[in-house]
Design a protein around this ligand. Structure first.
Ligand code: ADP
Ligand code: MG
Length: 272
């Protein structure tokens, strides 16, 4: 058995208020294995993004991670990293595709410049090296190198999304976090992008933490799924079990609230 890439134990995160503290994440524990496509599902407000930000150490006050919480990435204590260690950690160890990522590119910079910013700052690449690496990364998400000279507004939503993913893969992170990355895209494009990610994680052997409130999409993409309810992780199971014989009453209620799915989950994690 190999060791997990990500190991979370007893993670509790409060939002500190003037009068009361709001417990957004309560005593959450789970592992993600090397190469695994792991999903975190649950209704809006259940704490999914709060967990994603904590793993990337991008959480800010009033979020407070409670004592006793542990996040290990490849065995390293993420919550103990200092500023210098964090600069090496981000992009190299963990990269995060944010909610509404298709709008997270800088509108006044060309695609090439946005790759260069990351590759120069975090890998010390020259312009020539960065251009070659950027073309290689674009090819991985099926985008022509001609696009290097484009501005974001000249690209479709799905293309901007794939560019953001390519930038996130620039330094070969061990874990790619995608927080509702495709919500703004139509269903066909969403599936194409998830299919592409699935192929890449097998080629490049990174792990994925995929967050969405869309359980049907998640079952199609993931190996294992965690279900969150009001800050707690109430069930973790393989996608097939979540789909066919959900164990927790809340998981069953989530399914009941959705339009009926026709057919079995598509190829990928769920049927592997
Ligand atoms: P999800 O991503 O599952 O929709 P979030 O992690 O964004 O949920 O939020 C979890 C809970 O924490 C929600 O009730 C939300 O209102 C609350 N919350 C999120 N950010 C803040 C904040 N900056 N201050 C106070 N409460 C917050
Ligand atoms: Mg969220």
């Amino acid at each position: 058995m190999s060791a997990p890439v990500l190991s979370i134990r007893n993670l509790s995160i409060d939002y500190i208020g003037a009068d009361t503290d709001f417990p957004a994440v309560r005593n959450v524990s789970f592992d993600i294995m090397p190469g695994e496509f792991f999903g975190l599902a649950g209704e809006s407000g259940c704490g999914k993004s709060t967990i994603a930000f904590a793993i990337s150490r991008l959480h800010r006050p009033p979020a407070l991670i409670r004592t006793g919480s542990q996040i290990l990435l490849d065995g390293r204590d993420v919550l103990a990293l200092d500023e210098a260690e964090l600069r090496r950690f981000r992009w190299r160890e963990v990269a995060m595709v944010f909610q509404s990522a298709m709008n997270s590119l800088n509108p006044v910079l060309t695609v090439e410049q946005q790759f260069f910013d990351v590759l120069k700052t975090h890998a010390g690449m020259s312009r020539t090296q960065a251009r070659a690496r950027a073309a290689e990364l674009l090819a991985m998400v099926d985008i022509s190198p001609d696009r290097l000279s484009s501005y974001p507004h000249q690209c479709s939503g799905g293309m901007r999304q794939r560019i953001v993913i390519a930038i996130c893969l620039a330094l070969n992170p061990k874990l790619l976090i995608m927080d509702e990355p495709t919500t703004a895209l139509d269903v066909v494009v969403q599936r194409e992008i998830l299919g592409r990610i699935d192929t890449l994680r097998q080629q490049l052997s990174f792990s994925v933490l995929f967050i969405t409130h869309d359980l049907a999409l998640m079952v199609q993409a993931c190996d294992r799924i965690g279900i969150m309810l009001e800050g707690e992780l109430v069930e973790v199971n393989d996608a097939q079990t979540i789909y066919q014989s959900p164990q927790h009453p809340y998981t069953r209620r989530l399914w009941a609230s959705l339009p009926r799915l026709t057919g079995a989950p598509m190829a990928g994690g769920a049927s592997a």
